[in-house]
Each structure stands twice: as C-alpha cells, then as structure tokens.
Design a protein around this ligand. Sequence first.
Ligand code: ARG
Length: 462
Amino acid sequence: MDKMWSGRFTQKSASILEAFNASIMFDRALYLEDIEGSIAHATMLAQQGIIAKEDALFIEKGLLQVRTEIESGVFEWRISEEDLHMAIEKRLTAIIGDAGARLHTARSRNDQVAVDFRRFVLRKNRSLSSQLKTLMQTLVDIAQHHTTTLMPGMTHLQHAQPINFAFHLLAYASMFKRDIERLLDSHARNNVSPLGCAALAGTPHPIDREATAKALGFDSVSINCLDTVSDRDFALELLFNGSMVMMHISRLAEEIILWSSYEFGFVELSDAYSTGSSIMPQKKNPDVPELLRGKTGRVYGNLMGLLTVMKGLPLAYNKDTQEDKEGVFDTIETLEMSLEILSQALATMTVKPHNMQKATLLGHLSATDLADYLVKQCDIPFRNAHHITGAAVARAQVLGIDLSQMPYEELRAIDERIGEDVMRFLELENSMNARTSQGGTSTLRTQEQLLFFQNYLKELDL
Ligand code: ARG
C-alpha cells in the first residue's frame, strides 16, 4: 500500500487502473509551476504559524533540489505515482523527511492543479502574444515596401478593384492585432489565484490567500472556491483564442498557396521553406502553408474536446477534468511552431510586383470608377451609370482589352456624355489612389495604416 491516498484501501491497485488513472506522462510539463506553487504555499504556512519556519526552509531547499533533478533528467517519473503533484511531494519527503509530509497542509491537489495549470496557460498567453507581435512586425516590414505595388483586390476570388499589396498584408496585421488583444484580455480576466481553495470548500487553517497570490504573480484571489477548483474557462479561452489565430493563419496560408501557383505567380517561397516531390523532379511545393492550413483542424478539435469534457460536470472537481491538459499542450505546441515558421517563411518570401501588376489588367478593375465618373461628372443616377458601364465592359470584352485600355472614342460611342477626362479615372493606379476614404486602399491611406501598426508595435509591451 504505497499510494499517498491508500490509507483506507485493503487491495493493491490493478495495473490497468494505474495506467488509466495516471496523468504523470503529460502533466510533468507543469513541474515548474508546481514547485513554485508549493514554495509559495509553504512560505505562507510558516508565516501564518501553521508549520514551523525551519520546516518551510527545508521544504524550499528540497523542492529546489527536485527541480534540479527534473531539469537534469535524473528525476524518475513513475506511473505508479499517478501525477506530478504526488511524484514531487514523494521525492521531496524522501529528501527532507518529515517536513515534506507537512507541505500538503491546507491544500488539495484540486487547488494545486488549478494553480499550476492556470499559471502555465497564463504564461503561454503572453508568450504567444509575443510571437504574434513578431508575425505582425514581419507583415509590417514587408508592407512598408509595397504601398504602391498594385494588385487585384478580390471578392468571390474574382478580380474586383485595384488595391496595393501593403493594404492586403495589413488586413492580416489587423487580424493578428485582435488575436493579441484577445489573449491579453483573457490573461487579465483569469489572473486570479485558486490557491487556498483546498478540495472545494476552503480550509479551517488560518491561511493567507492574498500572500500566496502575490508571491505567484496573480492580480487577486478567486471569489468562490467551489467554482475555482473546477473552473477551466482560462484553458477554454486559450483554446478558442488559439483556434481564432489558426483560422487567421489558415486564411493567409491559403492565399500564399494560391499566390505561389503558376496561375498567380505573385510570390515565391524560399527553397528553405519549400519541399519537393518524390516523383516529379520539377516540383516545388508549398507544404508549409498547406500544413498551417491543415493544423487548424486539430486546434479546433482541441477546443471541441475540452468544451465537451466540461459539459454537464457537476460541481466541483471531477476526474474528467484531468482530460483538460493534453489538448491544451497540443494547441500551444502547434501555435508556437506555426507562428514561428510562418514568420520565417514570410520574411524570406520573394514578392513579384510585376506579376501582380500584370494581373490587374484582367477583369476591368476600374469599372466602378467609370460608374462613379458618370455619377459625379455627368450627374447620371448610379443605377443607370452601372448599366452604361456594363455596356462598356461588354465592348472591352469584344475588343479583347481591359477597360483601362479602352480608346476614348469607344467609350464616347457608348454614351456621348462621357468626356475625355474619363481616361485618367480608368487608369488602375489612379483607381487605387482614388479610394481615399478612411481605411481605404489609396497609397496615402495605406501609409497611414502602416504608421498606425508601427506605433502599435512600438508601444506593445511584450
Ligand atoms: N492529476 C489530477 C488532474 O490533473 C490532479 C487533481 C487530482 N485531484 C483529485 N481529487 N483526484 O486533474
């Protein structure tokens, strides 16, 4: 009977029970948070006169030794010890004796794991935000060189209106900015300490929850213990926020895949971030953006997984909750790698402005400008202007040219109210620069947006 909880048991655990019940194979990732949490708890117990000062010192010293053992790889993780909390406490007691057995006073594994996991997730909220910042910076750095690089803006994946490449990249910077804000917002909301909630109802010992909260970097102490020991909202928020990040990444990835095709030819990924085919020697494949798109699936899956684990759980702690960790670890690892490789692939990608420019000559991108001209200069109602422009587009199709290349005579033949000054409105660069409304694509407005993001990144303390 060597289990910490085996006092009332008369039979040994079945070996399949040990394997089924254990979390030690994965929860050891929380070792640092666990040791820091225990030191804060022991220090507070001594300050409150609940254990002796010298016991707290022994505990701290012993835990630091355990930490060294874990980090140097000599610590033995045994499935029979169930989880990291009991493994560490057991080793501590083996090193320092009786004092180690006093550590768990006024504490339960329920508040212990809530503290460890919450602090782990909060730390990742910040490091992921910082990686998102790097990604935004990469986008902004590329955008800086392309505020006059014309490309077709699309709707329905059909050529719509001319925009510039920087404007397109800054759309993604906008998404990643919201992602950062969501992570930091979640951090602020969830930075409350569960320590001292014990099993579910608090403890009769005269503990000081404020002191341990402060020592562990929490902003405050949780309000209701029954909620706190089974609350995994912080983990779900990370899974949702991560899903949102991956959704944004997969949209960008999809565009990079399209842009790298012969049909588009807008960008070329560097060889260092491309792969070949085992049979077709000529191939250069965009595996990186494809995997980014594909990995979005598992991150969404992790969110659905934990939402389902938590659904219908009665208060308070239930062992189901142990299923909260692997999906979160997987999401975090996936995000960390994805953000890293996406930044690198973007930074080393070749942009091909010439091909983007060439593509703007397909699809009559300045058609809206002709309609706007008819409204503004000829006082024609927009619906009629739309119709006249349609006729001009049909004529350009017949001639096999883009509307921006139509000879003036052809336009005049369609409607004699069209003056010769129309020609400059149809030019694609002018069309892009005409969109001067706030948040629009004109080079000046794009530069304004660029400056906004540059300042945002400068001030972002991550
Ligand atoms: N390994 C457990 C988990 O991750 C720790 C908490 C166990 N508490 C309990 N009462 N069995 O959820």
